[in-house]
Design a protein around this ligand. Structure first.
Ligand code: TXA
Ligand code: MG
Length: 336
């Protein structure tokens, strides 16, 4: 069924649409989300259809505050401490459900977070319910971080789009599973492993190869199911090639030469994202920090799709705590 979305900055209006079973795209501080009432399973299932999302990949429920989470979930002291330290903000915890009334109905656990984006929280308050929302993108593609991209993609697919400040972080939240014997980092994000280790010294890092050999998982048995981890993610149509700084060089004029290997043949249309280089195309992204990288990466990939680029050359991120999350997204984008 073709719909035309209401585009508005009015959270009361869009909150009512959610309350009545509609689907609304809204910005959070990480990326845009495509949301529906967590208490309306039909509306949540519609999100899967719109995104073409595999049905076994559950949604994150977004809450206005910790009190609202306590109504639906079992929150341990450790989880409470995490929320107090990092929420509202880009941290998602997988918790045990207290109630069967909340999506997903077929699981005992639920991923929850409290976004720090003010209008996202206002939308949740206005709807009167938690909002289940995966990232607003078509399954497998990069998440959207700009208003114009969500309007173009979703205006004929959803009931409303909240016009509010674009996400300031640019990549999805950090996800930690709190339902096992030990907390497990399922997806790295802006809140880094270093940040988490200060509160959770026994945090386990699950995804083999996720952070390089120094962080390989200790025990295979302790890896929990994170359904989203097995799917292709964040990929532009173009081939994604990671390059060391020395390959990026001060000038990219040599990129047509064989320094970049077979994939860099000059008849291919390329784009570059990296630090402090002289851009060769209008679409290249020159970055100042890893935070800047997080903010620019997905819109670079989205532009690459629009421009029909063949190759995206991405410089390896700088060595700091934000590197892990960036490498995770870049590796996923690379593996088609
Ligand atoms: O920043 C974000 O987290 C964004 C914004 C919109 O909040 N949302 C987001 O949602 O990235 P999504 O659906 O793209 O990613 C959710 C991840 C998936 O990898 C999913 O498998 C995992 O969280 N997840 C959700 N529920 C889970 C559960 N009960 N157990 C384990 N993993 C779960
Ligand atoms: Mg996603």
């Amino acid at each position: 069924m073709k719909t035309t979305a209401i585009l508005s900055d009015d959270t009361s209006l869009l909150g009512k649409i959610i309350e009545r079973g509609g689907v609304v795209v809204f910005p959070t501080e990480t990326v845009y989300g495509i949301g529906a009432s967590s208490l309306d399973f039909e509306a949540c299932r519609r999100i899967y259809k719109i995104k073409n999302r595999p049905s076994d990949n559950p949604l994150i429920a977004h809450f206005a505050n910790i009190e609202q989470i306590l109504e639906f979930c079992i929150v341990s002291d450790e989880s409470l401490l995490l929320f107090k330290t990092f929420s509202p903000g880009p941290l998602t915890l997988v918790l045990e459900k207290k109630s069967d009334s909340i999506f997903p109905p077929d699981r005992k656990t639920i991923a929850v977070r409290i976004p720090s984006h003010n209008l996202a929280r206002e939308l949740i308050r206005a709807s009167g319910v938690p909002i289940s929302a995966p990232s607003a993108n078509l399954s497998g593609k990069p998440s959207f971080t700009r208003r114009k991209d969500v309007i173009e993609c979703f205006q004929n697919l959803v009931d409303g789009i909240l016009l509010a400040e674009d996400p300031e972080i640019g990549i999805e939240s950090t996800v930690v599973d709190m339902t096992k014997d030990v907390p497990v980092l399922l997806r790295p994000g802006k809140i880094s492993q270093e940040d988490l280790l200060k509160v959770l010294p026994h945090l386990v890092l699950p995804e083999a190869g996720l952070q390089g050999s120094e962080n390989k998982i200790r025990s295979e048995e302790s890896i929990p199911e994170s359904p989203g981890m097995k799917y292709r993610h964040y990929s532009p149509e173009a081939e994604v090639v990671l390059l060391e700084k020395k390959m990026f060089g001060e000038s990219l004029s040599h990129y047509r030469k064989k320094d970049f290997g077979k994939s860099a043949l000059s008849d291919k249309k390329a784009g570059f994202i990296g630090f402090g280089f002289l851009p060769v195309h209008s679409w290249d992204r020159v970055l100042s920090s890893n935070e800047d990288y997080m903010k620019e990466l997905y819109s670079f990939f989205v532009d690459a799709d629009h421009l029909g680029l063949d190759i995206c050359y991405c410089e390896i991120p700088k060595d700091d705590p934000a590197k892990q999350a960036l490498i995770n997204r870049l590796e996923k984008a690379k593996n088609k």
